[in-house]
Design a protein around this ligand. Structure first.
Ligand code: HEC
Length: 152
């Protein structure tokens, strides 16, 4: 194997850069807990809204519905609007078509950004970053088909 291939593999999905957060294990496309179906509305929406104590949400920077539009730096930079599941599915300028790939969490840009393995900053930008368990909820929801309706 060439050195280039080794470096590419090492940077792929194994560990994130030390300056962007904790080391997390390799991404796995399977559902980590098939007995428990993850509902977007009740399990993931509250995390994005910042409703879980100690967890930084996405609303400060990616919500078209926020009263503070001037501070919406993620929305302004990429058009990614996480204020509804419908707009989330549209992705942003760099993630249209890849934001959520049903059945493939490791190929889904939202999981890559939460893990810190995508281009640009790890999300939520400047941290604190989500726990591996909370990121896994998003991964499992996608592994299960990324279901849910417009108002979620
Ligand atoms: C402090 C502001 C801020 C917060 C909070 C934030 N983001 Fe971002 N987000 C940005 C900025 C700025 C960019 C563009 C630069 C980049 O990608 O590094 C971005 C880009 C993204 C992108 C790439 C979109 C594209 O098409 O390029 C995704 C996906 C994303 N954010 C998801 C999230 C998620 C999920 C959360 C909540 C867990 C979140 N962000 C919280 C500021 C933020």
């Amino acid at each position: 194997m060439s050195l280039v291939a080794v470096v590419a593999l090492a940077e792929g999905c194994t560990f994130i850069q030390p300056e962007t957060g904790d080391r997390i294990s390799a991404c796995v496309d399977g559902d980590s807990d098939p007995a428990n179906a993850i509902e977007f509305k009740t399990r993931i929406r509250p995390l994005m809204n910042g409703e879980k104590p100690g967890t930084k949400g996405c609303a400060a920077c990616h919500y078209s519905t926020s009263p503070n539009q001037a501070g919406q730096e993620g929305l302004i930079a990429t058009q990614l609007d996480l204020s509804s599941l419908r707009t989330l599915r549209n992705g942003g300028v760099n993630t249209r078509g890849t934001i959520v790939v049903p059945g493939k969490p490791c190929s889904s840009a939202i999981v890559q950004k939460l893990r810190g393995t995508a281009n640009g900053a790890r999300m939520p930008k400047n941290g604190p970053y989500w726990s591996p368990e909370d990121i896994q909820l998003v991964a499992d929801w996608i592994a299960e088909g990324a279901n849910g309706g417009d108002d979620e």
